[in-house]
Design a binder for this molecule. Structure first.
Ligand SMILES: N[C@@H](CCC[C@H](N)C(=O)O)C(=O)O
Length: 305
């Protein structure tokens, strides 16, 4: 990071919270240690992750997408590790672009580059901060792409915490998930450590783990332990993975049935509405809020890396 004032914002989507660093030209060098310091809830700004807002042509991972998307979501977990995709983060990213007058609701579907490829966002509610939306920032809808449910070895995995074990479903939303169904969300305990997931070979880069319970027809609730961040109040990709796993468990497969399926997904930090369509596309709608905006103290940041 340069030792000069660096602007930041703070935002959240269903209480999955992020430090946002606008860096259109890609000038910031962010080490894992700097990201972890920024996301530290006591000594830093605090967040489950960090969103660097950079032009596609200003980041190596984005160059191949540059003709199709202008902006790239450079997402980091709270421990500084990279992740392919963040479903709550991309809604907050879109809200930032709206606030900075870089996109407008009239633009319709806006492509955003991510490490999992391009995702499209649509502003479906205003985040103007005038209170008209009840402070929830209004809704943003994201075309999340298709879920991938690997078949063969690694299709079914086991989640273990202490002496408790749950069979789980491997679902890939661009990033990895293990979805375990439980009778009661309290079964997972305090989730202070990452649950063990076996076979380990199913997840060479680690995984996010969702504990899911049924609330009623088309209605589930979950808790999540996120790779690189610990238990969080919400995970958008995790909610989509849980929705698809729940649909299959309920005998619904839009690609086979030819009809879309919709679930309400409750997370500790709020509610997401998620559909899966016959072409495989998963669509998620939820709030996205910008909470604050400021300047990082160069003295706190320390010398340039
Ligand atoms: N909170 C996110 C997911 C962030 C990335 C995840 N921890 C990973 O490492 O894959 C979401 O809303 O999807």
């Amino acid at each position: 990071m340069p030792s000069r004032p660096v602007p930041f914002l703070k935002g959240h989507g269903t209480e999955n919270d992020f430090v946002i660093l606008p860096d259109p030209l890609g000038g910031l060098r962010l080490s894992a240690a700097t990201v972890a310091r920024l996301c530290d809830r006591r000594a830093g700004l605090g967040g489950d992750g960090l969103l660097r807002v950079v032009r596609c042509d200003a980041i190596p991972e984005g160059r191949a997408l540059a003709g199709r998307a202008e902006w790239f979501m450079d997402y980091r977990n709270a421990d500084g590790s990279l992740a392919e995709m963040c479903g709550n983060g991309i809604r907050v990213f879109a809200r930032y672009l709206e606030r900075a007058a870089l996109i407008r609701p009239e633009d319709g579907e806006v492509p955003i580059g991510t490490r999992a490829g391009i995702r499209h966002v649509r502003l479906t509610g205003t985040g103007s901060g005038d209170g008209a939306d009840g402070g929830d920032g209004g809704a943003v809808t994201v075309a999340m792409g298709a879920a991938r449910l690997p078949s063969g070895p690694g299709e079914s995995v086991t989640v273990t915490i202490g002496d408790r074990r749950w069979p789980a479903r491997h679902v890939d939303m661009g990033n990895p998930h293990a979805v375990a169904f439980v009778a009661d969300l309290a079964e997972a305990g305090p989730l202070l450590e990452p649950p063990a997931v076996t076979p380990a070979a199913a997840y060479p880069h680690g995984t996010n783990v969702e504990f899911v319970t049924r609330r009623g027809p088309g209605h589930i609730a979950l808790r999540v332990h996120e790779r690189g961040s610990g238990e969080t109040r919400s995970c958008g990709t995790g909610a989509c993975a849980a929705m698809v796993a729940a649909a299959r468990r309920d005998g619904r497969d839009p690609a086979a049935d030819g009809t879309s399926v919709h679930y309400t997904v409750d997370v500790p930090g709020g509610r997401l509405e998620i559909s899966e369509h016959p072409d495989g596309a998963v669509e998620m709608t939820g709030p996205a809020v910008i909470v604050a905006e400021g300047i990082l103290d160069p003295a706190w940041l320390g010398p340039a890396e």
